[in-house]
Design a protein around this ligand. Structure first.
Ligand code: ATP
Ligand code: MG
Length: 204
């Protein structure tokens, strides 16, 4: 490449980057509002709960107070639970114990879920919580154990600056409509299907 070609390329690159910077700066200047956000992380791909716990770590790093409510508890030996329970600024509730896949007793499962939701309601009324993670909430909603209108109402009436992150597959449209940020994890490939069991630090 000749010197003048290289100089041309460098000038074009500078110009392109300058334009990009103007666009980015303008959108940053436009996004100047502050408010508590409702986030929904859904879809069949891996990464919903771990993303939510990533935000919990971020919030704790800023000295914020975090509440976690786990609706369907897959296992009791996860790294995140062990780690977060050692932190002082986080409260960790397991609310799904007692759900009975085998007895299919709707009344009993609804009662368990409603009792769990009353714990969440307390956090949603408490301005002391800066971030509330409601992990796997979509299941009690999908199975009709919780009243959707009640849940939406409680979310809407939470403190103005409180962030809420909800995870779980198949989030109902009405919940996504109410959210500020919705991410759908897409399942492109998962090691489990190649016969790899859940790995510490990655899956649990
Ligand atoms: P993670 O907790 O890893 O962020 P997740 O919350 O997105 O996962 P869940 O549906 O809650 O996903 O399932 C939790 C467990 O199932 C994790 O061990 C995860 O690796 C595994 N998993 C998630 N998605 C898939 C998938 N598409 N196929 C197989 N296993 C999966
Ligand atoms: Mg999950």
């Amino acid at each position: 490449m000749t010197d003048s070609n290289a100089a041309d390329r460098a000038a074009r690159y500078r110009q392109r980057m300058q334009q990009k910077k103007q666009i980015v700066d303008a959108s940053i200047a436009r996004a100047d509002q502050e408010k508590g956000l409702l986030l929904v992380l859904t879809g069949n791909g891996k990464g919903k709960s771990s993303s939510a716990f990533g935000m919990a770590a971020r919030a704790l790093g800023h000295g914020m107070r975090v509440g976690v409510a786990q609706f369907i508890k897959g296992r009791s030996d996860t790294g995140e639970e062990a780690f977060f329970r050692r932190q002082t600024q986080i409260t960790w509730h397991v609310l799904g114990e007692g759900f009975t896949w085998d007895t299919q007793n709707l009344e009993r499962d609804s009662a368990t879920a409603r009792k769990g939701w009353s714990v969440v309601q307390e956090m949603l009324r408490d301005t002391g919580y800066n971030l509330v993670v409601i992990d796997e909430l979509t299941y009690p909603l999908k199975f009709g154990w919780l009243d959707m209108d009640q849940v939406l109402n409680d979310l809407q009436n939470r403190p103005h600056m409180q962030h809420v992150v909800i995870t779980g597959r198949g989030a109902p449209d009405i919940l996504c409509d109410a959210a500020d940020t919705v991410t759908e994890m897409r399942d492109v490939k998962h090691a489990f299907r190649s016969g790899i069991t859940a790995q510490k630090g990655i899956d649990l």
